[in-house]
Design a protein around this ligand. Structure first.
Ligand code: MF3
Ligand code: CO
Ligand code: CO
Length: 254
């Protein structure tokens, strides 16, 4: 497997792309409210990219028609923005966005619970966040990707939740999807070994039911096979000399 090790200059460009990606992710998330359509969220991303003179990484990627992915409830990932899809109170909305600047990409996602009161759903969201944190905490130089996957899987499965297998994290940099594959499950001590200068997207997709998925007739939207609710969080992280640094934190993060 050929995995890109970035130079100091390239890492600075990744930082810039990821800072912008985090900013637009949070703008998109703030626009998620009852009555908004998913096309409204797409417009937020398009306007941001135009103003900042950057590209929306997903637009046109393998023919994808949106500037971001917006996936609701049992939709896990790759929901296509539409003026006919309105966000309702009680929805679990996943926004996933990428920005490309100077040839480098960031990739980040979060789940927004819109007026959700069901404690099961709120726990799913919190647990998925914890899965991402556990994966990032496990990552570092000399670490096997099996260690990262196992850390994520344990958090989710200790609650009885499903860990999606068919879609996983990935290397990210000059392209949005590159080696190495970064599964959200695995065995400790197995798999690819991370090195400083690698940048990867860690992105647990967790469900209240089965881990099995289907793709809708639009050929993009990935849904849970049993119709159960799903959550998704994603950060782009840099492997450093002593751990992993999140590149897609909000700019005002302490
Ligand atoms: N953001 C997705 C990921 O995390 C990729 C979306 S590609 C698209 O890997 F074409 F569906 F937008
Ligand atoms: Co993503
Ligand atoms: Co990704």
């Amino acid at each position: 497997m050929k995995v890109d090790i970035k130079t100091k200059q390239e890492i600075d460009l990744m930082r810039e792309a990821c800072r912008l990606t985090a900013e637009v992710r949070d703008l998109a998330a703030a626009a998620v409210r009852p009555g908004a359509t998913t096309a409204d969220i797409d417009a937020v991303v398009r306007n941001f990219c135009k103003e900042r003179k950057v590209a929306a990484s997903f637009l046109g990627y393998e023919g994808y028609p949106g500037a971001l992915c917006v996936s609701i409830n049992d939709e896990i990932i790759h929901g296509i923005p539409s003026p006919h899809r309105m966000i309702m109170p009680g929805d679990l909305v996943k926004v996933d966005v990428g920005v490309c600047k100077h040839g480098f990409n960031g990739d980040t996602a979060r789940t927004v619970a819109v007026g959700v009161t069901d404690p099961k759903l709120l726990d799913l969201v919190e647990t998925t966040k914890k899965c991402l944190a556990a994966g990032i905490a496990a990552a570092g130089p000399g670490v096997h990707l099996g260690d990262v996957g196992a850390a994520i899987q344990e958090v989710a499965e200790s609650k009885g939740y499903g860990v999606v297998r068919d879609y996983i994290g990935h290397g990210v940099g000059r392209t949005i999807h590159e080696d190495p594959p970064v599964p959200n499950y695995g065995k400790r001590g197995k798999g690819f070994i991370l090195k400083p200068g690698m940048t990867i997207a860690i992105e647990p997709m967790i469900t209240l039911g089965t881990y099995k998925v289907d793709v809708l007739e639009d050929e993009w939207t990935v849904v849970t096979r049993d119709g159960s609710m799903a959550a998704h969080f994603e950060h782009t992280v840099l492997i450093t000399d002593d751990g992993a640094e999140i590149l897609t934190l909000p700019a005002d993060y302490p």
